[in-house]
Design a protein around this ligand. Sequence first.
Ligand code: FES
Length: 148
Amino acid sequence: MSVEDLYSEIVLEHYKEPHNVGEIEYPEIFAKGFNESCGDDIKIFAKVKNNIIEDIKFLGKGCAISQSSASMMTDLIKGKTLDEVKEFIKNFNKKITGEEEFPENSEEWFELSALKGVIKFPIRVKCASLAWHTLSQGIKDFENKQKK
Ligand code: FES
């Protein structure tokens, strides 16, 4: 099996059985995202306590790349602080656009690096980034509300 095959398998596994699908009642963070190139959308709900993402779920429709990316993202950010999540989103964006390499031998980035095939296809980068941009917007809205 080639490395590419393994990566596609990871993507397909998350697509067939995505993790953290659903809604959260009374979420502190809620955001809707939309991929204007295909019309697919996503909703993200998160519970925040003491600045930590305690729980996160998503609902949406889209291609295997968008759904698996959302599934992996929600797995990985649970338990992180908002600052850590913002940094993680920034790092992901750099990697998925090809500005930085995905780290090798990193447990945290292992599954995400299955998405790196999209780098060559800007339109698919939007699929992989949809959940991440949406969460980023949700965090911004939440932090703005806190300041008021
Ligand atoms: Fe719509 Fe990928 S084709 S999110």
